[in-house]
Structures are given as C-alpha cells and as structure tokens.
Design a protein around this ligand. Structure first.
Ligand code: UDP
Ligand code: MG
Length: 309
C-alpha cells in the first residue's frame, strides 16, 4: 500500500489547529487506498499549539510532531517535515486551511497518472489585503523575469511531490531556501492544479512584512545573479552622463547649474552607490551563511516517530 505524508508547518496556530486536524484527517481517511501520516512541524510557537498537537497525537498514532527548539521559519519547517517523511507521496500544506486539504486527492491522482509534482495555482486569493495581493503578484512576475529557472507564477508551497523529487530536495543543503523554486529547478514532470485560495480560518497571518521580504529576497537572489548586473549598468550610465556634462561644460566654458541640482545629484549618486553595495552585500551575506555550515534547524522533541524514539 502506498503512503502519503502530509507536512503541516505550524507557528502560533492554536486557534485553528484542531479544526485543521479534523479536516485533514477526514480527507486522508477517505483515501482508503493509501496509508498516511500527518507531520506537524511546530515552528517554535509561543501559544498553546504544541499542547493541542500533543493531545491530538495521544489518540492518533498517524499524527506526528517535530518540535523545533525555536522559530526557524516556514521554509525550514517544511524542510524538516520532508526530512522525516516516509511516504511515497509528500504533501505540503499550510495549517490555516487557506489551502483546501480536499485538493490533495486531486493532486495525488495527477501523480498516479505519471506526474512527479502537482502544485496548487491560486486563481483567487480571498480575505487577503490589497497590499499582500499586489506585492505577491508583482513579486512572482519580477522573479519570473529575473530567474533562469522557470518558476510558475501565483503558486505557493501547497503541492504534492513524489519520492524521486523528495530525494532530490533532501540532498539540497542550501540555507536560504525558496522551496517552490527548488522544486521547479529539480525538473521532472510538473502540473498545475488550480484553486481559489480561501481566507484564513482563524488567527492572523504569521508572515510578517519582514518574513515576506526575506522570502522574496531568497527567491530572487538564489535563482538569479542579474541584480549584480544592475550595479554595472548604473555605473556605466552615470559615467556616460558625467562625460556629457563635462563636454558641455568645456564647450560653453561654464556650468550654469543651480546648487539644488548639484545637491540632488550628489545624494542620488550616493543612494545608488549604497543600493549597489547592498545588493552585493546580500549575496555576500548568503555566502557567509553557507560557509558557517550550521544545521538548518534544531529539534527539541519528536513525537510518535517510532523509528526515531
Ligand atoms: N509558519 C511557520 N513559521 C513561521 C511563519 C509561518 O511555520 O515563521 C506557517 C504558518 O503556521 C502557516 C504557514 O506557515 O501554516 C503559512 O503562514 P501564513 O498562513 O501566516 O502565511 P500567509 O498565508 O498569510 O502568507
Ligand atoms: Mg495563510
């Protein structure tokens, strides 16, 4: 019998986690031709998420917990789930029911047809702010233009992958991970399954602006080195403009430029300089991060993982 592992990252999800468990569990039970496990990764929650998950695990041996020693972030939580998953198929799904668990069935059918990855593509996003929708839309398109890998637009990490892809991902040890990009990078046969993204069932988004910026930078910087080219282009353009001014100044023997324009130009060039340095710094920071070679996460406790106890 084939087995499906469902990986559910949880960070401060006490308001929704029990409902999520009920719904996921009934979807998985309905798929009688498969064995399953639900791997909850508690990503350093500060509320009662762990307590509630422990209660669930007491009465259900198919539910397991990887309890992180602190908050490591969504992408790392998924990675840990993947490391411990034993299924033939592995599903990644959010804990807030924004991604409908029922769709896992349809995704698994695609894998049975011979695809290696079935990923959720968001047609509509309900209950999210205009700011979030607009920035997400812009981000996916910028990424698409910059990246050398074909990363599909408007897709999150909600997807089912097979063992082949899982093994490839498990061998990628990079620290600043952008998993949906890595899945695309791996190749294999991939297909989109469209859905309307529901609103969060309870609680607030755990993706703060800071975390969103980090994820976007990880996406862009680990799949493209084109931002470095911008620095070169800015440099060439500003040299060219300065030569034009020099020649004009020599021809007309004076430079009738008001002070304000000079101050503006100096500040603009200073700003562009800092921006270019920042871009280079971001890449260097990531190299530094890799060089330290720390583990991706630390685990406080594993619950219901019989082989690992
Ligand atoms: N999450 C996590 N660690 C974090 C932030 C979020 O494990 O540091 C989980 C969260 O519990 C949820 C998923 O990642 O299951 C997606 O987060 P959220 O729904 O808050 O993001 P949004 O849907 O608003 O982008
Ligand atoms: Mg959400």
């Amino acid at each position: 019998m084939k087995k499906i592992s469902v990986v559910i990252p949880c960070y401060n999800e006490e308001d929704v986690i029990e409902v999520t468990y009920q719904r996921m569990n009934s979807v998985m039970k309905d798929m009688t031709e498969y064995e399953y496990e639900l791997i909850f990764v508690n990503d350093g929650s500060k509320d009662k998420t762990l307590e509630k998950l422990m209660n669930i695990c007491k009465s259900d041996s198919n539910s397991k917990i990887i309890n992180f020693a602190r908050n490591f972030g969504h992408q790392i939580a998924i990675t840990a789930g993947l490391d411990f998953a034993t299924g033939d198929y592995i599903a990644f799904i959010d804990a807030d029911l924004q991604d409908p668990p029922e769709l896992i069935k349809e995704m698994v059918t695609k894998l049975e047809e011979g695809y290696n990855v079935a990923y959720g593509k968001r047609k509509k996003r309900k209950g999210e702010t205009i700011f979030k929708k607009a920035t997400a839309k812009a981000f996916y398109r910028v990424l698409r233009n910059l990246s050398d890998v074909d990363i599909p637009v408007d897709t999150g990490d909600f997807r089912v992958i097979d063992r082949k892809v899982a093994d490839v991902l498990r061998n990628l040890k990079e620290k600043d991970r952008f998993i949906r990009g890595l899945v695309s990078w791996s190749g294999f046969k991939q297909i989109a399954v469209e859905f309307d993204r529901d609103e969060r069932k309870a609680g607030e988004t755990k993706y703060t602006l800071k975390k969103m910026v980090k994820l976007s930078l990880d996406g862009i910087l680990s799949f493209s080195s084109k931002p470095l080219l911008f620095s070169v282009e800015f440099g060439i353009i500003s040299c060219f403009i300065s030569f034009v001014f020099l020649i004009l100044g020599l021809i007309f023997k004076f430079m009738l430029v008001p002070d304000i324009l000079i101050i503006f130009t100096i500040l603009l060039m200073g700003g562009l300089n800092l921006m270019c340095l920042g871009i280079i710094g971001e890449y260097i920071g990531r190299i530094y991060n890799e060089a330290k070679a720390r583990p991706l996460y630390t685990i406080d406790e594993l619950i219901n993982f019989k082989d690992n106890d």
